[in-house]
Design a protein around this ligand. Structure first.
Ligand code: FAD
Length: 463
């Protein structure tokens, strides 16, 4: 029987929350062990945010080079994207961050185990080490941060065509001439935009009547227009009913009786929590019917001193949400107080241009019974956008008619992901829309557009 090693903090899965907590507590002098199956730094760095946004940067550079003439710059020859070049850029960024993490883990003083953990008792895991052997560890506190992996829907024939998912596509060996993407959520939309810019013929199949189902219909339609403008064939309200491969590639039969074909097929239909092989029952941790760990708003599981964080805990599926989970856990494990209740989690869909969101949609605000004012601005009206000749997009804000506070924004346009943080700060500080409208913002910046956006709400006429 392998000896049980006791630690003060045991982290299962080195995602954003887990690795941040492990490093922080190890540096504070706690005895910490973290077990990671195969990705030093977690999903974001290895196979999600960082590689994809590196590739989005490449696509945007290509788009800029193609329109250099508009800005008075002559480019000698047509700019082209090469797979070797894209890979070198992406792997350079990822490799640098992975190496930095390996060093930070070592420097923090934690015991970092590369291997697969599964529970064998209360707060106790057995780790099958990647380089052979096993260890058994028990934590005074345990954090489960095992993340999610791409879900593959149950469509007849799908498995036989060996489709790509968001991880497999990053390992592609040659650029396909065409691709069918199943799923119009943020992963599907980001890949559609990036691939279309780099010259791939993209068909995007979305079962719902709109892309990005959590967005307002008009906002989702504006994103669809952006994609169509990039040449994407956007098919809404149709589902893949069967898939087969023929000489031309993957043929997808759709619920409306038509077929679409792509040299490759990308599945972007959501993510599955990594809990199935953890034997969570051995430590008394319950999961939902979809396999996510059940937590309360303090990230406590159903077992004492066992916590969960990030995607696997049902937190919004973004790295920054998982990072915030770390801050909550740190507070709770060190005698403070923090909770996930009511937190404002913004996000950006990195199409080109990008869609940045924070707070309520108009539909959500109306459903909540709010008296709503809506502000709208074409990005083309913003001076900075004119200088860049990047006027595509529209901004929308939802304001509470009773308090004049900002309830939410959807910003589609250049650098929207940066501007949205300013709105988020205004919301956290409970500023009224008039205070943002009247704030002196640097000219010419995209953020200055906030003055213009809130100007579009007509002044109240006294009765
Ligand atoms: C294509 C794509 C693009 C994305 N882009 C963005 C973006 O731009 N911005 C953003 O905020 N979010 C983005 N996301 C979402 C983001 O990647 C996730 O929300 C985030 O990585 C979740 O982190 P986490 O802390 O839950 O754990 P993860 O980072 O998923 O880490 C979990 C770790 O646990 C390990 N593990 C699992 N089981 C075991 C086990 N039994 N033993 C040991 N280790 C185990 C895994 O190997 C993994 O490294 C994107 C996702 C995808 C798929």
């Amino acid at each position: 029987m392998t000896e049980v090693e006791d630690v003060e903090l045991l982290v299962i899965g080195g995602g954003k929350a887990g690795k941040s907590l492990a490093m922080d507590r190890a540096k504070a002098g706690w005895k910490v062990a973290m077990v990671e199956r195969d990705k030093i730094g977690g999903t974001c760095i290895n196979v999600a945010c960082i590689p994809t946004k590196s590739l989005v940067a490449s696509a945007r550079t290509l788009a800029t080079a193609r329109r250099a003439g508009e800005l008075g710059i002559e480019v000698d020859g047509a700019p082209v994207a090469t797979l070797e070049g894209l890979r070198a850029h992406k792997e350079g960024v990822v490799g640098g961050m992975v190496a930095a993490h390996a060093k930070m883990f070592a420097d923090s003083g934690m015991d970092f185990l590369m291997g697969t953990a599964r529970f064998v008792g209360e707060r106790t895991v057995e780790v099958t080490l990647n380089d052979g052997g096993t260890r058994v560890l028990r934590g005074r506190d345990v954090v489960i941060n095992t993340g999610t992996t791409p879900a593959h829907p149950d469509i007849p024939g799908l498995a036989d065509v060996d489709p790509w998912d968001s991880e497999a596509i990053l390992r592609m060996e040659r650029m396909p001439e065409s691709i069918v993407i199943l799923g119009g959520g943020y992963v599907g939309c980001e890949f559609a935009s990036m691939l279309a810019i780099t010259g791939v013929a993209v068909t995007l199949v979305q079962g719902r009547e709109q892309l990005l189902p959590r967005e307002d219909r008009d906002v989702a339609e504006a994103v669809a227009e952006v994609l169509r403008g990039q040449g994407v064939d956007v098919r809404l309200g149709v589902r893949a009913s069967a898939v087969r491969r023929d000489g031309a590639g993957a043929v997808v039969a759709l619920s409306d009786g038509t077929e679409v074909t792509g040299a490759e097929l990308l599945v972007a239909t959501g993510r599955t929590p990594v809990t199935a092989d953890l034997d969570l029952a051995a430590t008394g941790v319950e999961v939902t019917d979809r396999g996510f760990v059940v937590v309360d708003d303090h990230l406590r599981t159903t077992a004492d001193h066992v916590w969960a964080a990030g995607d696997v805990a049902g937190s919004p599926q973004f790295t920054h949400a998982s990072w915030n989970d770390f801050r909550i856990l740190k507070a709770l494990l060190t005698g403070g107080e923090a909770s996930t209740a009511g937190r404002l989690v913004p996000y950006t869909v990195f199409t080109t241009p990008e869609l940045a969101r924070v707070g309520m949609t108009e539909a959500e605000a109306r459903a909540a019974g709010r008296d709503v004012k809506v502000a709208r601005l074409d990005v083309a009206a913003i001076p900075r956008a004119k200088t860049l000749r990047l006027g595509q997009g529209v901004w929308k804000a939802v304001v509470d008619g009773a308090t004049d506070e900002i309830l939410g924004v959807a910003l589609l346009g250049h650098s929207a992901g940066e501007v949205v943080a300013a709105v988020q700060m205004a919301m956290l500080g409970h500023l009224t829309y008039q205070q943002v409208r009247d704030a002196v913002i640097t000219h010419p910046t995209m953020a200055e557009g906030l003055n213009l956006l809130f100007d579009t709400i007509a002044a109240e006429v006294p009765a």
